[in-house]
Design a protein around this ligand. Structure first.
Ligand SMILES: [Zn+2]
Length: 225
């Protein structure tokens, strides 16, 4: 894959060893699908050092790109790998701070995460200022719209399992970043875009024909929650 030739063979080998030649997230062991992911993207200054790399399968790589696997999930996993604890695989992904003892991974820095006091540190997650992620209400409203879109799309396609990554990827391409890293100034544009996509589904069109609405406005959403 594209970036790997720039990573030294020695580092590649150590990344595979670190993860026991399995995807760090789903345990996939098929070598052909394993890839090395840059935790902090190289376009954002991330390097090819072990602390910035993690072994993933193609499937989970897509989940990372689309935000289903979050940067916090990646960091948590990477720290466990650095500590050599494979039980991290089953650990909950919902806590938002972890304690590191005696670890030497002060080099792991992603753009949303700062490591304070590397000797006895905790990782604090702070969404970047000025993004939708930094505003809980706006973030939740966008998430509500995305979920609504997926609900309707499921009805259109009449399938149980759908590929959620596709729509996340569409948003990422259009807004040039992950959905919740879109700047707050573009909140309305993003909301409007997703609303149009909901209205454009077959189920959405049917509902509108019958005189129902497809989603709540932000104000209505706020009173509902
Ligand atoms: Zn995987």
């Amino acid at each position: 894959m594209k970036n790997e030739k720039d990573i030294s063979r020695n580092v590649q080998k150590r990344i595979f060893q670190e993860a026991n030649s399995r995807c760090s997230f789903c345990d996939e062991s098929e070598v052909a699908t394993l890839q090395i992911h840059h935790i902090k993207a190289r376009t954002e200054g991330g390097g090819n050092e072990i602390e910035n790399l993690i072994l993933v399968c193609a499937n989970c790589h897509t989940k990372i790109t689309s935000g289903i696997i979050t940067e916090a999930d990646i960091l948590r996993k990477k720290i466990m790998l650095l500590k050599g604890k494979t039980e991290a695989r089953s650990s909950s992904a919902s806590q938002n701070s972890i304690i590191l003892e005696n670890s030497s991974n002060a080099g792991v820095i992603a753009n949303t995460i700062t490591i304070k006091n590397p000797k006895k540190s905790s990782i604090k997650m702070q969404p970047p200022q000025g993004t939708i992620a930094a505003d809980r209400v706006k973030r939740n409203y966008i998430k509500y719209l995305i979920d609504t879109y997926h609900d309707y799309k499921k009805k259109d396609q009449n399938v149980e399992k759908m590929n959620y990554a596709i729509f996340y990827e569409t948003i990422r391409k259009r807004f040039k970043c992950k959905w919740d890293f879109v700047s707050e100034e573009k909140f309305e544009e993003l909301a409007y875009y997703i609303q149009c996509r909901i209205d454009g589904t077959i189920f959405g069109k049917l509902k509108r024909k019958r005189g129902s609405r497809n989603y709540s406005s932000l104000e209505e959403y706020l009173t509902e929650i």
